[in-house]
Design a protein around this ligand. Structure first.
Ligand code: N2P
Length: 364
């Protein structure tokens, strides 16, 4: 009898301790793009707040969307690109942000916020994280050896079979992203990039099929290291990711020289948006993280490391001059006017794009 009492007491005590620890430990589950934070972004937040961050990554909107629509994602914070955000808001995936928990909201650029209302009316569910373009990254020396004097600031490099055929010798990667690459092909053909006309999608598909034999692979993150190491010589990729590749190449003894161009015909831009799913468990912690992202120094550090522009006005003076004056990162007005955003396609068009993409990838 005595022993049982002692055991019972010990059990109760250990339960109390466990509960106390649990009550103390605040956590935040983030699902974010790969290669999209600076080395100390998360650890600094943890140090400042005592919140433990569980950080998982994806490299495509499609992967994130599948998780979100499957019901319980288990995440407190996610970062879709704006057309996907729009669709997911309509599907009821996100909760409204509580601005009273975001005292630094005013640091955001008001013009950009207005523009982003096309995806999120009143900016009620999201804040912009970073943005960028989809252009051409390349290995300066290898490409010159293969293409000679062919200029690299044009989509002809990719979409003219005679060019890409030569580049195939040293390796070509293209983003595995139907909603971004099919409109890029439509734009090259002079078609509206938000067209839902199946004929237009067919034409883009035909163009992509014509270059398919010369594409080494479709993938949305592998090209960063492959371009840096010289495994491939061209990548149609996200601007900042190509700059990260360039930085990695420079660290690796500087043998590979990587450059990035926004083609002069224009290019697509994406805006990645931070939002809180409806079923998030740690909503207060999610708001704390969003407000942390609104700090000018945090955002400037991110841009300085990742070389994606941000939407925080107060961060701009803190961005390295070398980066803010680079036309591939911050496009000058003339180039800016040729950039377009990707459309929020209807479910029907989305299905057409997915079907088309499967054909393109398999080359049939
Ligand atoms: C980070 C890529 C983020 C840009 N690796 C794509 N939206």
């Amino acid at each position: 009898m005595k022993v049982t009492k002692q055991i019972l007491l010990a059990l109760v005590l250990s339960m109390v301790v466990a509960l106390a620890v649990q009550a103390q430990e605040r956590v935040l589950n983030i699902y974010h793009w790969s290669d999209y934070v600076a080395p100390d972004t998360i650890s600094n937040f943890e140090k400042q707040t005592g919140i433990k961050v569980i950080f998982d990554v994806y490299d495509s909107n499609e992967v994130l969307e599948a998780k979100l629509l499957s019901g319980r994602s288990g995440y407190d914070l996610v970062v879709p690109s704006n057309p996907f955000l729009a669709k997911q808001i309509k599907a009821g995936v996100y909760q409204k942000l509580d601005r009273s928990q975001l005292p630094d909201w005013d640091n955001l650029n008001k013009d950009l916020l207005r523009t982003l209302e096309v995806s999120d009316t009143g900016n009620q569910h999201s804040i912009p994280y970073m943005w960028g373009s989809i252009g051409i990254g390349y290995n300066v020396d290898k490409v010159k050896a293969v293409l000679g004097s062919q200029p690299m600031d044009t989509w002809d490099v990719i979409f003219k079979p005679e060019n890409i055929k030569k580049l195939h010798e040293c390796g070509v990667a293209i983003l595995d992203s139907p909603t971004e690459i099919i409109p890029t092909a439509m734009h090259y053909l002079g078609l509206p990039t938000d067209s839902e006309n199946p004929e237009h999608i067919k034409q883009a598909e035909a163009l992509l099929l014509s270059i398919r034999p010369y594409v080494t692979y479709f993938h949305s993150s592998k090209y960063i290291s492959d371009l840096a190491s010289g495994n491939i010589c061209v990548a149609v990729g996200y601007s900042g990711d190509i700059y990260q590749s360039k930085a990695r190449a420079e660290e690796g003894k500087g043998k590979v020289r990587v450059a990035y161009n926004i083609p002069q015909e224009g290019a697509g831009t994406f805006f990645d948006m931070v939002a809180i799913p409806n079923d998030a468990k740690n909503v207060k912690e999610a708001h704390e993280f969003i407000n942390y992202l609104l700090q000018p120094q945090v955002m400037a550090d991110l841009t300085n490391y990742l070389q994606f522009p941000n939407a925080n006005d107060k961060a701009t003076p803190l961005v390295d001059k070398e980066i803010s004056s680079d036309p591939g990162v911050y496009p000058p007005a003339e180039l800016m006017s040729k950039l377009y955003t990707f459309a929020d396609f209807s479910a029907k068009t989305q299905r057409l794009l997915t079907r088309s993409w499967t054909k393109i990838k398999s080359g049939k």
